[in-house]
Design a protein around this ligand. Structure first.
Ligand code: SAM
Length: 216
């Protein structure tokens, strides 16, 4: 069965990732290595390498493989970076980041998702990840600044706290918007921020403490 998953993963990378223009060899290597089927619920394992997001519980999703690769490539990581991830979810994107950066600090608002992701990532042997349960729109102030930030749920606007925790020359990728969303690349240049809209996307909303009734 594990051989089947390996060939499904290879086909996924060839058709969905390389086939759509992802070129960073480190991102391609991570997508080839990380066993996506470990991060999806048992009843969804047969769809683990399909070209779509999948439900992971709590009304949340594991993102489509292409979007995971695209958002990782845009961060232009070379291996030594400290990265903040907002929205741990299943932990799949966390694993991809842990493959291509030095340290990943990941925040998830649902405790059950964070616990599940941590168990999977520890079982796979990742030792360069720190976990927190809470509202990631506030970032992780005492651990910043971060060379890169990835947000995998969509706020209405880029949270100021996240921009403030971006290192000079740092890059943040974040979906923004309520009805229609765009992926925004934020680049910090000393005191100013450049914001570029890249592609249209559809993510679950970033839950604010107010919407969630206080889950911090
Ligand atoms: N990257 C994840 C993966 O690979 O499975 C998918 C993330 S899913 C699209 C978005 C995640 O963001 C969900 O797990 C959701 O619970 C989480 N989330 C939503 N609002 C949040 C917040 N304010 N702080 C932290 N996590 C949040």
């Amino acid at each position: 069965m594990s051989e089947d998953y390996e060939s499904l993963r290879e086909r996924m990378v060839a058709a969905q990732i390389e086939g759509r223009g992802i070129r960073d060899p480190r991102v391609l290597g991570a997508m080839r290595k990380v066993p996506r089927h470990v991060f999806v619920p048992n009843e969804m394992k047969s769809c683990a390498y399909a070209d779509e997001p999948l439900p992971i519980g709590q009304g949340q999703t594991i993102s489509q493989p292409y979007i995971v690769a695209y958002m990782t490539e845009v961060l232009e990581l070379s291996g030594g970076e400290k990265v903040l991830e907002v929205g741990t979810g299943s932990g799949y994107q966390t694993a991809i980041l842990a493959e291509v950066a030095a340290e990943v600090w990941t925040v998830e608002i649902y405790e059950a998702l964070s616990i599940g992701a941590r168990a999977r990532l520890e079982a796979l042997g990742y030792e360069n990840i720190r976990y927190r349960v809470g509202d990631g729109s506030r970032g992780w102030p005492e651990a910043g600044p971060f060379d890169a930030i990835m947000v995998t749920a969509a706020p209405g606007a880029v949270p100021a706290a996240l921009e403030a925790q971006l290192a000079v020359s740092g890059r943040m990728i974040i979906p923004v918007g309520v009805n229609s969303q765009e992926l925004i690349l934020v680049q910090r240049k000393k005191a100013s921020f450049r914001r570029d809209s890249l592609i249209g996307v559809r993510f679950v909303p970033l839950i604010s403490k107010r919407m969630d009734g206080g889950n911090d």
